[in-house]
Design a protein around this ligand. Structure first.
Ligand code: NAD
Length: 338
């Protein structure tokens, strides 16, 4: 099928073109985001292949439906950037790539925790400058610490598995419990207890109406002073302004972010010659105990290969059978907690 690939970076081209050798779709790459301002670029394609920061709201979907769009093939797991009800209204089907490589995101989560704790990023700079002082580099042992995991689906479970190996005490909150996590020793508790007890809190739930700004000033006030907070899920789960206040007061001891609510204007681009206008983001970057990565949790060779393969397979299944097991529908969203 003829597919418009939005927000295409060099690595998207590399992995999609390699996988397409066995599918033979017609891929047309665009390096711009899909949004209301750019929608005209993407019209005339029956399939659009979108990523995390492409905006597929009612208006965009309406315009594209009017020009023959039939399928949105997300090359990511989350679908918070697509108005699924609007897609259904305009007869557009939506498919995604669930669980392409939970270990990629889980391992990046651990990279954030370990870097923040043992300050290897600061040591790297110091030793290259001939500074071998240990002042300010003291960390703590993960062994025996309590980690609260919010969302124990595929990624949360992979994180639990790694942390169990570190000898952590594991608490979790989820709207549905995972037996494999329980087998790892994870103890499901209410959010208030998780906030109260945890030395580290890591977020692995999707962004939806229930989780938008789940971590706000009230939630932060219930956490231990000095807590380490890690977010590799979606930026909107955290109220970044509340987090800035908690960092200034010292209530948050460490913050690791791979996602940010307004990341659509920032991430995946080299803005090193530009003045960044987002004051909250810029303030976050000034704290010594904050580590931000630009939505790279998924970014491993294994995940990129799985994403490309499944994305093109989803499109082929849709073309051949008119349906696909990775479809996201309003019924599916309403039938189980997301
Ligand atoms: P998943 O669907 O396997 O698991 C999500 C879990 O969250 C489920 O167990 C679900 O019951 C739970 N959940 C739903 N609503 C909740 C709520 N209100 N409170 C607590 N838990 C709730 O998804 P996954 O593959 O583990 O991915 C999790 C999220 O990670 C995705 O939604 C996506 O936003 C994010 N993600 C980020 C990256 C990255 O590169 N940083 C890559 C992939 C996915």
């Amino acid at each position: 099928m003829k597919i418009a690939v939005c927000s295409a970076q060099s690595y998207d081209r590399e992995f999609l073109l390699a996988a397409n050798a066995s599918f033979n779709h017609e891929l047309v790459f665009f390096d711009v985001h899909l949004a209301e301002e750019s929608v005209q670029l993407f019209t005339g394609f029956p399939v659009v292949c979108a990523f995390v920061n492409d905006v597929l709201n009612d208006s965009v979907l309406k315009t594209m439906a009017g020009h023959g769009l039939r399928l949105v093939a997300l090359r990511c797991a989350g679908f918070n950037n697509v108005d699924i009800a609007a897609a259904a209204k305009y007869g557009i089907r939506v498919v995604r790539v669930p669980g392409y490589s939970p270990n990629s995101v889980a391992e990046h989560t651990l990279a954030l925790m370990l870097t923040l704790n043992r300050k290897t990023h600061r040591a790297f700079n110091r030793t290259r400058d001939g500074n071998f002082s240990l002042e300010g580099l003291m960390g703590f042992e993960l062994h025996g610490r309590t980690v609260g995991i919010i969302g124990t689906g595929r990624i949360g479970q992979a994180v639990a598995q790694i942390l169990a190996g570190f000898g952590c005490r594991l608490l979790a909150y989820d709207v549905s419990q995972n037996d494999q996590c329980k087998a790892l020793g994870v103890n499901y508790v209410e959010l208030a207890e998780l906030y109260r007890e945890s030395d580290i809190i890591t977020l692995h739930c999707p962004l939806n109406q229930q989780t938008h700004h789940l971590i706000d000033a009230i939630a932060l006030s219930q956490m231990k002073r000095g807590v380490m907070l890690i977010n590799t899920s979606r930026g909107g789960v955290v109220d970044a302004s509340a987090v800035v206040a908690a960092l200034k007061s010292g209530h948050i001891g460490h913050l690791g972010l791979d996602v940010y609510e307004q990341e659509g204007d920032l991430f995946f681009h080299d803005l090193s010659d530009q003045v960044i206008q987002d004051d909250v983001f810029q303030r976050l970057l000034t704290f010594p105990n904050v580590l931000i990565t630009g939505h790279q949790g998924f970014f491993t060779r294994e995940a990129m290969s799985n994403i490309a393969q499944t994305t093109l397979q989803n499109i082929s299944r849709f073309e051949e059978a008119g349906q696909c097991q990775n479809e996201v529908t309003v019924e599916l969203i309403n039938s189980k907690p997301q």
